[in-house]
Write a protein that binds this ligand. Structure first.
Ligand code: GLU
Ligand code: MG
Length: 449
């Protein structure tokens, strides 16, 4: 969108404030807001932000990171194409921002710029990533004592849950459509109060922006209904977790899906297999970006359809990577992979950038993913898993961070400042929750994403 069109849209809608948003290393969406008189200049100049904010963890504890001290500012410069008037806050607009240095160059620690860099890597091969997040969330009511209880106590895919949530879901869908997000599916999920909504796939940068718009909308519409929408990976320790499964496929310049091959039994191409192999090879490290909170590892347990093992399979709900069965009416356009080891505590720019870097590495090295797994890996003994080369994903944030640090490809892709700050922030969270008990962990994640 052009500046003039944004100003005109704001004028017509009576917008008073525009939110300049970014997503930080802790996966939290933060921002600053400008009033209308300053908007024309700020659309080009951005709004200043101290560099130290990217060293802030999700408990607002500032970490000591070289290059992110108390001195120095960057600018939050909005991507004009991300402009939306917020349907749930009609006198406010929002834009998603890149972090830019005073010299007008991209800041090395900007997650959105990281994804753009990986997008350029893909473009150099003539390809781009299409992606979509399939988001599970828990609708909750807050009790007088401050505790959260599930909005419903119904069954998986239950029509009763649909009936109870009708007004919320109608308003949610309308709010998403008003922001040009195309809703694919909605249904009540397994846990009490748990629901799922999926948004149509888009090019990776738009898909990441869409994930932030979706998170904002889920929470804001719930708030208007006196409800809380929790996007925590495991809001209630004894109930099903909230995934944000990432569906993805690789496309060429002529808009052909490179994961599709009519000549293979599963319609899945050789390039698709190589890309998959790359993601699989880097998965123990990649989960530090896709499942990056302490609470994420309470979700990634065997036999909970969240995935706990670094394997792939056809429609295997216990595999971290699933080759999905295509739509009958659009086989060539719908062959895609689903990464189940992902949740909404991730910064979507980091998650998709990491995914792209890993997959491109698979293409570059022409990796082979080995055999698809057609059983539940948890049904095998440890010895049988070893024989088949089936490895457990990291079981804690500490393990995932260690795997990331050891992954040269992902560390180089992130670059020193982003890698250093991300690891400092996430490691500090692991330390902050260590030994503090489940209640503290749940309270710290329940209403943060
Ligand atoms: N709730 C599951 C998860 O944590 C996913 C259930 C499903 O949609 O298959 O990822
Ligand atoms: Mg689901």
């Amino acid at each position: 969108m052009k500046t003039q069109a944004i100003l005109k849209a704001c004028g017509e809608a009576g917008v008073r404030l525009a939110r300049f948003f970014y997503c930080d290393n802790g996966g939290v969406i933060r921002g600053k807001t400008t009033a209308m008189p300053g908007l024309p200049d700020r659309l080009s100049d951005g709004i200043g932000l101290t560099v130290a904010m990217m060293a802030m963890n999700s408990l607002d504890q500032l970490q000591s990171v070289e290059g992110m001290g108390p001195v120095g500012e960057i600018r939050l410069v909005p991507d004009l194409d991300s402009f939306i008037i917020l349907p749930y806050a009609p006198y406010s607009a929002a834009l998603y921002c890149d972090m830019v240095t005073g010299n007008r160059t991209p800041w090395e620690a900007c997650p959105r710029t990281f994804l753009k860099r990986m997008r350029e890597r893909a473009a150099a091969r003539g390809v781009h990533l299409q992606a979509a997040f399939e988001v599970e969330f828990s609708l909750a009511q807050r009790q007088a004592d401050g505790s959260f209880t599930p909005f419903d106590e119904t069954l998986c895919f239950s029509s009763i849950a649909m009936a109870m949530a009708t007004q919320y879901v109608d308003d949610l869908t309308a709010a998403l459509e008003a922001q040009d997000l195309t809703v694919e599916q909605y249904y009540p999920e397994l846990a009490h109060g748990q629901h799922e909504i999926s948004i149509r796939h888009a090019e990776a940068l738009t898909a990441a922006d869409n994930q932030l718009k979706l998170r904002e909308t889920l929470r804001s519409v719930a708030w208007q209904h006196n409800l809380y929408a929790s996007l925590a990976p495991k809001p209630w320790p004894n109930a099903a977790g909230n995934g944000a499964h990432i569906h993805f496929s690789l496309w060429d310049k002529n808009n052909a899906n490179l994961f599709y091959d009519a000549a293979t039994p599963d319609y899945f191409s050789l390039q698709g297999r190589q890309f998959l192999a790359g993601v699989l090879a880097h998965l123990p490290a990649l989960v530090a970006l896709t499942c990056p909170s302490v609470n994420s590892y309470r979700r990634l347990q065997p036999q909970s359809w969240s995935s706990a093992f670094a394997v792939y399979g056809h429609d295997n709900r216990e595999a971290a990577l699933r080759i999905t069965s295509p739509f009958w009416s659009d086989v060539s356009g719908s062959v895609n992979l689903e990464l189940k080891a992902a949740d909404s505590s991730c910064n979507p720019y980091l998650a998709l950038g990491g995914l792209l870097a890993a997959g491109l590495d698979g293409l570059e090295r022409q990796l082979d993913p080995g055999n698809a797994i057609a059983i539940d890996p948890a049904s095998l003994s440890e010895a049988e898993r070893q024989t088949l080369g089936i490895n457990r994903l990291p079981t804690s944030l500490d393990e995932a961070i260690a795997a990331l640090e050891a992954d040269t490809l992902l560390m180089e892709a992130l670059g020193p400042l982003l890698a250093r700050s991300f690891i400092a922030v996430r490691r500090s969270e692991a330390n902050a929750y260590r030994g503090q008990g489940t209640d503290f962990e749940v309270a710290g994640h329940f209403y943060k994403y």
